[in-house]
Design a protein around this ligand. Structure first.
Ligand code: ITT
Length: 196
């Protein structure tokens, strides 16, 4: 059966497309089904992921998977966190978000950060048992951009295990080690164990 991918973020859509192809799961991005973005009014990754999955399931009548993710920076007390997409304001872009992050960390030597991803699967909009999985990816924020692949904060996210930024990784390699790739592997295991 088809599943709706409850995200309007094209970077996420691209990553999920190759992940789901690997897993043989039939997923359609919400935009193709006429679902538009819903306000993310929660205060946690879990709440926001549920809001997005429920909204897409409600409108399409299909099971839904949503991703709420963000960059958590130690020296900034965890910011931008759940506000990562709109860190630089209502009409923020990846570029203005990165500029604001680099400015906030100007002169800071403690540059540890991690990406965090929460995924939610709901069988339908009233599903009382959403499946939840999470993934974390440790790195450091550079002082300048490097690399052109990926999306969001990838150009300034240095991956110590690989000696490059997330924007310099092969797409398949990012998916193998990222917060999103790992959260999805766990979610699909959960789905198989729960509904098989
Ligand atoms: P949807 O809610 O429609 O899924 P969004 O971009 O608003 O799209 P989020 O609220 O979950 O999604 O915000 C996630 C932000 O965190 C995203 O816009 C990026 O700035 C950042 N982010 C998440 N995963 C990332 C990744 O793999 N690489 C770089 N930045 C990432």
């Amino acid at each position: 059966e088809k599943i709706v991918l409850a995200t309007g973020n094209q970077g996420k859509v691209r990553e999920f497309a190759s992940l789901f192809a690997d897993y043989g799961v039939d997923v359609v991005a919400q935009k193709e089904l006429g679902v538009s973005d819903v306000p993310e009014t929660g205060t946690t990754f879990v709440e926001n992921a549920i809001i997005k999955a429920r909204h897409a399931a409600q409108i399409t009548g299909l099971p839904a998977i949503a991703d709420d993710s963000g960059l958590v920076v130690d020296a900034l007390g965890g910011a931008p966190g759940i506000y990562s997409a709109r860190y630089a304001g209502a009409d923020a872009t990846d570029d203005t978000n990165i500029d604001k992050l680099l400015a906030a960390l100007n002169g800071e030597t403690q540059r540890k950060a991690h990406f965090f991803c929460t995924l939610v699967f709901m069988r339908h909009a009233d599903d009382p048992v959403p499946l939840v999985s999470q993934g974390k990816w440790q790195g450091e924020i550079l002082t300048a951009r490097s690399g052109n692949d990926g999306f969001g904060y990838d150009p300034v996210f240095h991956v110590p295990t690989h000696g490059c930024t997330a924007a310099e990784l092969e797409k398949a390699e990012k998916n193998r080690i990222s917060h999103r790739g790992n959260a999805l592997a766990i979610l699909l295991d959960n789905m198989r164990a729960t509904f098989a």
